[in-house]
Design a protein. Sequence first.
Length: 399
Amino acid sequence: MSDTTNDTSAIDDKKTDNSSSNSTNYASDLVNFVKTLISLIIVVLLYFSSSGLILFVCKLAQSNILPTKNECYPYTNSKPTVDTIKTNIFTSPIISTSSTTPAMSMKIAFPYDTYNSSNKVIDMIKNYKNKSSSNFLANYFISIVEQLMSFNYSAINLIMNWLNSFPELLLVVLGPIIIWCLFVIILLINFGYTFYIWFANMGWFLKTNTNDTGDGLPKWEDVGITSPVNWALGVGFIVLFSILYLLGFGLILFVPFVILSYCCLTSLMYKGIMNNKTATSLTIIKETFKHFKVLIVSLISVGVVVLAYSKLGLIPGIPSIVILGLIYSRIWAIDLFKPIKESNLTPVVSYIQASNKCEFVKPKPEKHGFLYNFVSLFIKQGGGSITKDLKKINKNINN
């Protein structure tokens, strides 16, 4: 009799342990489900926020107001003349089903005003270049930074204007992936371009500022044989910085990454006008969520169903499908899958990039001595040919 009682007690204890274990496992699965769902929602929101930023820069590129020309403002005081145009954004319908139905879109414009034409870093280095006490060594580094910035803004302007001709749905869905791939490619080109301009701008080591009055602009003159000490110092700098490039190769390659990132970030700081109101990149992100709400909600809903099956099992998964079906079919009166009511739409306009013309006075060719010309056979000051090539490609695409 006692053995039977003990056996019954053991069975009851085992059932209690199994029930407790199942409850613990289900609670753990539920916590994992919630965590994963939150992570999914954050990823989706960040991804489509990136899509909104891409749309913003595409429209900015068509407006053609980025500082791509290092002979013009804000690099110099020669201000360009830029046509203010309206660009299409949030075109409706997203996918045209009829060739007779004209495509409509909202419009955004980027005026070349005081705010949009300024750049704090470029303004700062321009002010230093124009100081009477400007130093040749600082100007060497400034030349490298300026040419990298001009090149990267030109690359952004060219690529984003090209992407602007793509359907918006494609840009929203695949834009972030495309941009990350292009970012890596541009960064690799930056590494090679940095190598070129690092040596191409060494002509600054054979220059000296002869303005010692403390007023006016710097007056640069070439160092010749008549100044053997300065000439030897310049050659010493050339040798030193050649060695520094080899020894600090990894650190120097960090510079183009910083400048490319800076150019990308500052491209998001511009302000446009949309629906007679100021529009920033945050405005476009908000509008992206509104106009592509159905797509975003659909992705999150599918994710909820998949997670319910994978994390909680079949029984919770089936109700999630039923609830989703009721909402999608509008039986359950929730407007999750209802598109927004379009407003402020007008017929689409041209996707041709705005005209940007800059008239600047070319400096007279400088007369150099024999030693300077000899060194210049190996070190050509200036650089920027890649930037010019990008501008030529951009012009050919627009034509």
